[in-house]
Design a binder for this molecule. Structure first.
Ligand code: SAM
Length: 284
């Protein structure tokens, strides 16, 4: 078995009762930012932060948070395959990580201020940027004013939608992300029109939740292909008969699988950034 890079003495690991995130600190050429971020996602990162400006050697620092040591270790080992200059691991209490790692996102004329912490969604990742661009083209009308953000992470998409005038609901299976997103809604003064819930679409798509509702007019889901496939039936059940669906988080090779997962939508519009693809469409 290949040894990991972050071989710490397991006896030195912090008390498991403490809420601890594992942070891998990677210094790499600015041009490697994107592959390193993708690699962290593949290794189940719970949050990524990046120093905003390259230093004079065009090096940046990427911090990737992980819930457990095994994922942090396998990410560090995989990062070494990119010939990344150095990696180290440290443990940080979730609270410190959350308070330290913040981000700003420009959306339309507004600046969104985000606590990022251990959640995904600092705003600059191509999958998020594609979704923000798609949201910016939507019009809010009385008949189309409710939005569901599947896999809300920091809440960046829900908060942008609320700034635009939507009444937004964000859901995520990570309760810590939901707590961060809730604080972000308050921080950006949109708490009156955004709510977050720690649940998957499958958990939301219960008769109790949808009873008396015609479904969401817009659903945006920026998440991994496997999550699209497992949640697509519930996402379609939560959509109104005239809904718009926006799905992001896809690589080129995922596009046909994603279309097959959402048979009740005609996903005709495609936008791309780097190797990432966003699909958008209306009910058939
Ligand atoms: C790529 S992040 C997107 C974050 C943010 N919406 C953005 O656009 O930057 C995907 C999110 O999906 C969440 N997730 C994973 N499986 C999920 C599921 N079955 N239901 C809801 N959220 C899920 C993850 O916890 C993560 O926060």
């Amino acid at each position: 078995m290949r040894p990991g890079l972050l071989s710490l003495d397991p006896n030195s690991l912090p008390n498991a009762d403490l809420a601890v995130s594992w942070i891998v600190r990677v210094r790499c050429a600015a041009a490697l930012s994107e592959p390193v971020t993708t690699l962290a996602i593949i290794h189940n990162t719970t949050g990524i932060a990046e120093t905003t400006a390259p230093n004079r050697d065009s090096q940046i620092e990427v911090l990737a948070g992980f819930d457990d040591y095994a994922h942090a270790d396998s990410f560090a080992a995989a990062a070494a395959d990119f010939e990344i200059e150095s990696t180290s691991v440290q443990t940080v209490s979730s609270e410190d990580w959350a308070q330290t790692h913040t981000s700003t996102v420009t959306f339309g004329g507004a600046t969104l201020h985000l606590e990022v912490g251990t959640a995904f969604g600092h705003g600059a990742h191509p999958t998020t940027a594609l979704a923000l661009a798609a949201l910016a083209h939507l019009r809010v009308t009385p008949a189309s004013s409710t939005l569901l953000d599947v896999g809300c992470g920091t809440g960046v998409l829900s908060i942008a939608a609320a700034v635009q005038g939507f009444t937004a609901t964000g859901c995520d299976v990570d309760p810590e992300a939901v707590a961060i997103a809730t604080r972000n809604a308050q921080r950006n003064r949109v708490a009156a029109t955004v709510s977050f819930v720690a649940a998957s679409p499958t958990q939301l798509a219960t008769p109790q939740w949808i009873r008396g509702s015609t479904g969401f007019s817009v659903i945006v889901a920026n998440t991994l292909i496997g999550v699209h496939e497992s949640e697509a039936a519930a996402i379609q059940a939560l959509a109104s008969p005239t809904a718009t669906l926006i799905i992001s988080g896809l690589l080129n090779e995922h596009v046909s699988r994603a279309r097959a997962a959402y048979p009740s939508f005609e996903l005709t519009s495609t936008t791309t950034r780097d190797q990432w693809v966003l699909l958008q469409g209306a009910r058939r």
